[in-house]
Design a protein around this ligand. Structure first.
Ligand code: ZN
Length: 356
């Protein structure tokens, strides 16, 4: 009965996610107006809203105007149903199982919104992050809180640094514009200082730079062409400085992640003064960084497996579909789902393959 329940719940949630995916990026209300045909605008009755079945019985056409219903709708419903069914095989009926359902629902919504708009809404990425940390704190599920927090920070810090080096190479080692009061410059600075001085001091100094930038309204921060090249050098030198390379790297990623997630939170929810135009932060957009950070709260160290799988799937499908511009969110979400359910098994299989 439990797998069947999970499947039906997943289909219903998938139907709701279709509404979220369609309306959230436009800033429309999720609840009003009630569902209507996207073609003719006719309000849909209960018989038109049965997940999958309505689509099949109506043969993919609107009952009122006869125009085709996008295949996307039954696809999202079926996918969500299938994912909930998968979760039901891993988790018995419990509060934990419902948390996993929520995790999966967030990822489906994020993946399809990114496909449509090339954006990952902050409400969803930070929502997923907050939910993961909250339940880690309250229930030690899916991870004990310290592991969830470390996972979120290190995952966000890791991908934030990848983005930093990517930017440096794209600009051919020219200094990029520093964002005021906070931007990737503080993330890179926190990474270097966190490596040398530990995550606490590294973060504190980077937050100090944020505060000074806010006060003076100009960037008070170490330049990228200093911090980014020095970081691998400092890591290489850690044994000579009496530091453990692994601990130093962890400190670096923790500090960078702290700044990436806090800075992203600032840009996402900062209060806008009256009459001021909304200006998008260029680099602090950081959608994928925030998504991987959120995955870190649920996956811990396995978030790096999610990243690896996401890059792998993205490169593979990118070659297959020959698409130039690919949103990365769907692949990260896919990697996250695989790592969540099969991460440990994959890791064991890999170690066995290495002969360890
Ligand atoms: Zn219609």
């Amino acid at each position: 009965m439990w797998p069947l329940f999970a499947l039906v719940l997943g289909l219903l949630v998938g139907s709701f996610l279709n509404v979220v995916i369609g309306r959230l990026p436009k800033g429309e209300s999720i609840l009003f107006p009630p569902s209507h045909c996207p073609q003719c605008g006719h309000r849909l009755g209960p018989l038109d809203l049965i997940p999958l079945l309505s689509y099949l019985f109506l043969r993919g056409r609107c009952r009122y105007c006869g125009k085709p219903i996008p295949l996307r709708y039954p696809l999202v419903e079926g996918l969500t149903g299938g994912l909930f069914l998968l979760a039901a095989f891993f988790y018995p009926p419990s509060l934990e199982a419902f948390l996993v359902f929520a995790f999966l629902a967030f990822l489906v919504a994020l993946a399809f919104i990114d496909l449509d708009t090339y954006e990952l809404p902050d409400g969803l990425t930070y929502g997923l992050l907050g939910l993961g940390l909250l339940f880690a704190y309250a229930l030690a599920f899916p991870l004990p809180f310290p592991e969830a927090l470390d996972g979120a920070l290190m995952a966000a810090g890791g991908l934030g640094l990848v983005a930093g080096y990517g930017g440096l190479f794209l600009r051919r080692f020219r200094e990029g514009k520093a964002e005021v009061p906070v931007g990737p410059h503080q993330v890179h600075m926190a990474a270097l200082l966190g490596l040398l001085l530990g995550p606490g001091v590294g973060m504190a100094l980077a937050f100090l730079s944020w505060a000074l930038s806010a006060r003076t309204k100009r960037p008070v921060v170490l330049p990228d062409r200093l911090t980014l090249p020095l970081l691998p050098l400092a890591l290489f030198l850690t044994p000579f400085l009496g530091l453990s390379p692994l601990e130093a790297l962890k400190g670096s990623l923790l500090a960078a992640g702290g700044l990436a997630l806090a800075g992203g939170l600032y840009w996402a929810f900062r209060p806008l003064p009256e009459g001021e135009e909304e200006e998008e932060p260029v680099a602090m957009g950081y959608g994928d960084v925030k998504l991987l950070g959120a995955l870190g709260a649920w996956l811990g160290a396995y978030s790096f497996l999610a990243l690896f799988l996401g890059v792998f799937a993205g490169a593979f499908l990118g070659l297959l579909l020959r698409q130039r511009k690919l949103p990365f969110g769907p692949y990260l979400a896919l990697g996250g789902v695989v790592a969540f359910f099969f991460g440990e098994a994959l890791w064991r299989a890999y170690l066995a393959w290495l002969g360890l």
